[in-house]
Design a protein around this ligand. Structure first.
Ligand code: FES
Ligand code: FE2
Length: 418
């Protein structure tokens, strides 16, 4: 898709660019139907045509550092687990025993170099091969090589583990991520290994939660106490987006930072003692961003807010990255996971800085998640038929378009692929 950049470093920078009408008019400017957020039929089609068909980020390689480490995930009605093999490769498998279908792993995460079913004791290795069958001679003509665990297509990008439930995915992960993946590569995701994570079950559709984190229009209202003056100011009072880039499936924008912001004491401490790259890193603090993210190295850059279709937001900035992910459970139920990653602290001042940043971030995320259930409850009444979006909410408009391209609820012709 077309991209548009504006320079933050020169007076020509246009904070009043109407991203929809001026730059991406093909997305239209009309209202967006509410139905996809409250319809059981739409939810079922999303599960079939999106969540069982496209590449989904399921975790990080750091979650499974050693041979036999695994974690499990529920995805669109399937339970899948990911395990690091003896050869170091992370593989995904359906969590179903090849004998009569019992579960193989029972915990959310663990370590096991021999995977044994608790029903009759069939055992599998970490590559999914069937290795042991008690009383094997009582089976007629059992060829163990044909009864390994059912694999799930799994690949990695920049340490993120992705899976695709299609037996033969139509696209490689690399093609799926495309230009987005190339542009966001090279950031030291793995070096920022200190992680704070949160999870909540929210009574709302997954898109209501996703949308609430996909614009900066709400910042001056929802976060007026958490971040006064940080993301808006004299130059940009309404947190307009300095840059937007839309791809075929994915999306990205810069969230504005007020360069005139004078932080209160705790925020100043967080900034002064923020954690830095580990010993041996080739990166200097403040040099982490890939070349085409904040290309002018503007001081008005807070972070790059990006959306990887369909259900994860990945943000990168100097010294940290964070994600929000939204797992649909029912039309009005979503599991939200927030993760904040930073360089590990090297001393007490850095530890304090890191904990303080975590608390500030957590408070903001509580403010964000606090809007979602009320929105869903009101929409579920069916009284309101459409959302009204403005030009600064372009990422949300793009998301609904890509989702509908796959679902085809209105066109009757969905399941868009490469
Ligand atoms: S169901 Fe797994 S060993 Fe029988
Ligand atoms: Fe927010």
């Amino acid at each position: 898709m077309r991209t548009q950049q504006t320079s933050l470093a020169t007076p020509t920078f246009d904070l009043n660019l109407r991203w929809g009408r001026d730059v991406y008019p093909e997305l239209g400017s009309g209202p967006i139907p509410v139905e996809p957020c409250i319809s059981e039929d739409y939810f079922r089609l999303e599960q079939e045509r999106i969540f069982r068909r496209v590449w989904l980020c399921v975790g990080r390689v750091e979650q499974v550092p050693k041979w036999g480490d695994y974690f499990a995930r529920d995805i669109a009605g399937r339970t899948v687990f990911f395990v690091r093999g003896r050869d170091g490769v992370v593989r995904g498998f359906h969590n179903i025993c090849s004998h009569r279908g019992n579960k193989i792993v029972w915990d959310e995460a663990g370590c096991s170099r021999k995977l044994m079913c608790k029903f009759h004791g069939w055992t599998f290795d970490t590559e999914g091969r069937l290795k042991g069958v008690p009383d094997e001679k009582m089976f007629s003509d059992l060829r163990k090589s044909e009864h390994g665990l059912i694999p799930v297509a799994t690949d990695t990008w920049e340490g993120f583990i992705f899976a695709n439930l299609e037996p033969n995915p139509a696209q490689s992960l690399s093609d799926f991520l495309g230009e987005y993946g190339r542009r966001m590569s090279g950031f030291p995701y793995g070096e920022m290994s200190h992680c704070f994570s949160y999870r909540a079950e929210l009574n709302c559709n997954w898109k209501i939660a996703l949308d609430a984190f996909s614009e900066a229009y709400h910042v001056g209202v929802v976060h007026r106490r958490a971040f006064p003056g940080q993301f808006s100011g004299r130059i940009n009072p309404l947190s307009h987006l300095p840059e937007v880039r839309l791809y075929r499936y994915h999306r990205s924008c810069i969230v504005y930072r007020n360069p005139e912001f004078r932080p209160p004491p705790v925020a100043a401490h967080i900034s002064k003692f923020r954690t830095s790259p580990p010993a041996g890193s080739r990166r200097q603090p403040g040099q982490e961003l890939p070349p085409d993210v904040n290309p002018t190295r503007s001081r008005s850059f807070a972070f790059e807010l990006t959306g990887i279709f369909p259900n994860i937001l990945l943000h990168i900035t100097y010294g940290n990255w964070f994600t929000h992910q939204f797992w649909p459970v029912a039309v009005d139920k979503t599991t939200w996971e927030g993760r904040l990653h930073l360089y590990p602290p090297k001393n007490a001042a850095e530890l304090f800085s890191l904990e303080a940043l975590n608390i500030m971030t957590r408070n903001a995320w509580l403010e964000d998640t606090g809007t979602m259930e009320a929105t869903q409850a009101a929409l579920a009444s069916g009284v309101k038929k459409y959302f009204v979006l403005q030009d600064q909410e372009i990422l949300i408009r793009h998301s609904y378009k890509v989702i509908e391209d796959f679902v085809g609820y209105y066109s009757g012709n969905g399941a868009a692929t490469a």
